[in-house]
Design a protein around this ligand. Structure first.
Ligand code: C2E
Ligand code: MG
Ligand code: MG
Length: 487
């Protein structure tokens, strides 16, 4: 890199050595040098610290010749925390030092190297005439950092890397750093081993994610969330078997934000645990209220994300909420998607067992969207299987889908699971599911998810309305007081 070179090299690949001053009277000079060092450098690696890096980069970009390009690479060290828990701070720092050394050895002398916080490493280097060659060079640097060879005893760094280019992505030093950081965040999110280049869309997407996260935190404190409930109906008798609770968020300025948008953001932070706790507490309190009103509702179901189950204390949390809201544990069903079973079967099975030990029922949600083999299913302590709506939609007009659903229902029956058809919208779909022996169903056809008071009204009107769907009304079906538990 041209220009400001003395300053850059001073702070870049080789931090200036502090010369031991033999003359003890020169200790003031030593103090001054140490102070100067600590103000500019990360003490563990000798790389420029955040502040010094930003200044040096801005100075360099100001001096750049027309036609020159600079690549700003942002490397996040992903396994730092793991190293820290395994080997303590010394081990984690040793890993960070190894990265710094490798970077020093692979980049040109005039590249600028920095460390931001504990886990982020930055490199600013000339990207030559850019085009493919420049981008290839960036990938080469990262490949040297994380050799693709079998892991040996020593820990290999696991990194997520993003890159932004000056001046094609931005002419601002601050934005260049920010954009490379966004690209690295994207690389970490999609678990990419390849360097991810910044794209303007990332800016708006990540800004939106961040906004949602901040707003969600506020919204949870300010009561912007509530639960809505949708009935699950016994397809043979018409009895309401239970209610599935679904979360809703009404933001004062952004309006109604659907769960499909905010749940994935919550899953990437601790917010998913607050959402689970909120959903569980609200739904159980509501179930108690319905019980006090004498409504026959055998069970309520709450959705739990894989991120909730991964947390070690999730069964304990469920138990402690249930202790404070006295409701028969068998009255609660947790709906879990297949994704965790897919990622970590052992953990999934263990959590299910822990939940079943409390007495809670467990359902597998959206069955069929991530295929869990029969052999896995056979060993899971499940109560219920919910067949995803994509198998139900238009089933009365599609013989292939019908055959598939028949097989799924037969398999479920063999496993002694309660089978629930999700998203029944049409009368034809209901008739087919009933005919093939699917025990229960839910969907807009019967009732959309509604707030608690509307659900209470639905329950009161249902004995009359159910005849519309060909259900016979048997007195006694709805007279269950106190609520009974379904085995
Ligand atoms: P899910 O658990 O599979 O819930 C079923 C979704 O289908 C709900 O969407 C429901 O409103 C919708 N639905 C019900 N009947 C019909 C129908 O007949 N037709 C159509 N087209 N849709 C129907 P919603 O409420 O938007 O939730 C979407 C997903 O978000 C849920 O899928 C669940 O995975 C997640 N979710 C919702 N609430 C929570 C929550 O409290 N916690 C967690 N972790 N996830 C939740
Ligand atoms: Mg569900
Ligand atoms: Mg579902």
């Amino acid at each position: 890199m041209a220009g400001q070179r003395s300053d850059l090299t001073f702070g870049a690949n080789r931090a200036k050595r502090i010369e031991p001053l033999l003359d003890p009277t020169a200790s003031d000079e030593l103090d001054r040098q140490i102070l100067e060092f600590s103000l500019r450098y990360d003490p563990q690696t000798g790389l420029l610290n955040h502040h010094a890096f930003q200044n040096a980069l801005a100075a360099h970009l100001r001096s750049i010749q027309p036609g020159e390009e600079v690549a700003l690479i942002w490397i996040d060290l992903l396994n730092l925390r793991k190293e820290f828990s395994l080997l303590g701070w010394t081990g984690a720092e040793a890993l960070a030092r190894r990265i710094a050394e490798t970077l020093r050895s692979v980049v040109d002398d005039d590249a600028l190297l920095g460390r931001f916080g504990a886990r982020s490493f930055l490199v600013a280097m000339g990207a030559y005439k850019l085009g493919k060659y420049g981008r290839r060079r960036v990938q080469d640097v990262i490949d040297m950092l994380t050799p693709q060879r079998p892991r040996d005893e020593a820990t290999e760094p696991e990194v997520a890397t993003g890159v932004a280019f000056f001046p094609s992505d931005t002419a601002s030093a601050d934005d260049l750093v920010r954009f490379a950081g966004l690209a690295a965040a994207r690389a970490s999110y999609i678990k990419s081993r390849i360097v991810v280049a910044f794209h303007p869309r990332m800016n708006s997407l990540i800004v939106r994610d961040h906004l949602l996260e901040v707003e969600m935190r506020k919204g949870l404190d300010q009561g912007q969330f509530h639960m809505v409930y949708q009935p699950k109906v016994d397809l043979m008798t018409g009895q309401v078997l239970g209610a599935e609770a679904l979360i809703r968020w009404n933001h004062p300025d952004l309006g109604a934000i659907p769960p499909s948008e905010f749940i994935p953001v919550a899953e990437r932070s601790d917010l998913i645990h607050r959402i689970f706790e909120f959903g569980l507490r609200t739904t159980l309190e509501q179930a108690r209220e319905w019980r006090d009103l004498g409504l026959a509702l055998p069970l309520v179901a709450v959705n739990a994300s894989a991120a909730n189950l991964r947390a070690d204390d999730s069964p304990r949390m469920v138990r402690s909420i249930m202790e404070n809201i006295p409701i028969a544990p068998t009255q609660l069903e947790l709906e879990l998607t297949e994704s965790l079973a897919f990622e970590d079967e052992e953990l999934f099975t263990q959590r299910m067992r822990q939940l079943r030990a409390i007495g809670v029922r467990v359902a597998i949600d959206d069955f069929g969207t991530r295929y869990t083999g029969f052999n896995v299913l056979r060993h899971l302590p499940l109560n219920t299987m919910k067949i995803d709506q994509c198998f139900i939609r238009g089933i009365d007009r599609c013989p292939d889908m019908l055959a598939l659903c028949e097989t799924i229902v037969a398999m479920g029956r063999q496993l002694k699971l309660r089978m629930v058809a999700e998203g029944i919208e049409e009368r034809g779909e209901l008739e087919v599911m009933r005919k093939i022996g699917c025990e229960a169903g839910q969907g807009y056809l019967f009732q959309r998810p509604v707030p608690a008071d509307e659900f209470t009204a639905f329950m009161r009107e249902w004995p009359e309305r159910m005849r519309e769907f060909g259900f016979e009304y048997f007195p006694g079906l709805f007279e269950t007081d106190p609520i009974y538990a379904v085995g």
